[in-house]
Design a protein around this ligand. Structure first.
Ligand code: NAP
Length: 273
């Protein structure tokens, strides 16, 4: 028997980080598919316009403010969602933060923030929801990774390390989640045009429009396997690079990013074109 896959008729979809970018578009699409979508946003991020926009759709969007870095707040958010909207059958841990790091400007804070949001921000929601899913005998969990998880490349010391941690965590938990009838998926997108990538000072190849990326997320939920990556022309190239002996990969990255000795110069100019 295959592991459970979420269905809007069974309960609520919960997504974290729905104020902007991929999370916001996915919330809108899931509401169109008929889900009641509980969206976790930071308390100072009202999404009244999204709630209004989705009125008249098959499903609806409800806002549940919480900062993902607050353990107790996330447990309270899970309880509030289930009390007010119904059982969560699909949890998408999407909230994320990208803080570029260069070796000449190392700051603990960049790592602390990246791990607080990208790793512990997932765990703070995962622990309470998996407990409930386990008791119900089914559930579906999606974590948002990144192709930066595959190997180290310039500026991703904190972000890439946190996304690699998520990938390992998801893969390790899948063994037990399978037995608990909880589907575990990890999505590793390439570059998507959102406020997150707009923070980047360098150009990024194969950039996807956010709506297209959200479609890929929703398709992954409906039919995807454990790891889903997009766009393939970039992500398969990254997987190929990951298989190379490290010195060859380093050479390829130094050449393609035109990485020289000066990291700050690197950040100021286009690196992939
Ligand atoms: N864009 C890409 O190229 C790309 C590629 C690979 C993976 N991803 C991943 O995809 C996910 C979505 O990213 P995006 O590109 O859509 O970026 P985004 O537009 O910046 O969205 C990030 C979301 O996370 C929320 N968030 C951040 N810190 C939070 C916190 N402490 N508590 C609650 N919410 C918090 C943000 O809320 P605020 O508005 O309050 O900050 C925002 O809603 C992230 O996990 C990212 O790492 C993105």
């Amino acid at each position: 028997m295959s592991t459970y896959r979420a269905d809007p008729r069974h309960g609520v979809a919960w997504i974290t980080g729905g104020s902007t970018g991929i999370g916001r578009s996915v919330a809108r699409m899931l509401a169109k598919e008929g889900y009641t979508v509980a969206v976790t946003v930071r308390p100072d991020d009202p999404i009244d316009d999204l709630v209004e926009e989705t009125q008249g759709m098959a499903g609806r969007v409800m806002a549940f403010p919480s900062d993902v870095t607050h353990e107790a707040g996330m447990a309270a958010a899970v309880a509030a969602i289930e009390d007010q909207a119904g059982p969560i059958v699909l949890a998408i841990f999407n909230a994320g933060a990208y803080v570029p790091v260069t070796g000449d400007d190392l700051r603990i804070e960049a790592f602390r923030l990246s791990f607080a949001v990208n790793v512990f921000g997932v765990l703070n929601g995962l622990v309470p929801i998996v407990d409930r899913m386990r008791q119900r005998g089914r559930g579906h969990v999606v974590v948002m990774g990144s192709i930066s998880a595959y190997f180290g490349w310039p500026t991703t010391a904190a972000y890439g390390a946190s996304k690699a941690a998520l990938n390992i965590m998801a893969e390790a938990l899948k063994y037990d989640f399978d037995k608990m009838n909880i589907r575990m998926q990890v999505l590793n997108p390439g570059f998507v045009d959102t406020p997150l990538t707009r923070k980047s000072a360098f150009s990024m190849p194969a950039m996807m429009p956010v709506e297209k990326a959200a479609e890929r997320v929703c398709r992954a939920v409906r039919t995807g396997g454990f790891e889903v990556t997009f766009p393939r022309r970039l992500t398969w190239l990254m997987k190929l690079l990951a298989l190379l002996p490290r010195p060859l990969r380093e050479l390829a990255l130094r050449t393609s990013t035109r990485w020289k000795a000066e990291p700050l110069v690197y950040l100021r100019r286009s690196t992939f074109d």
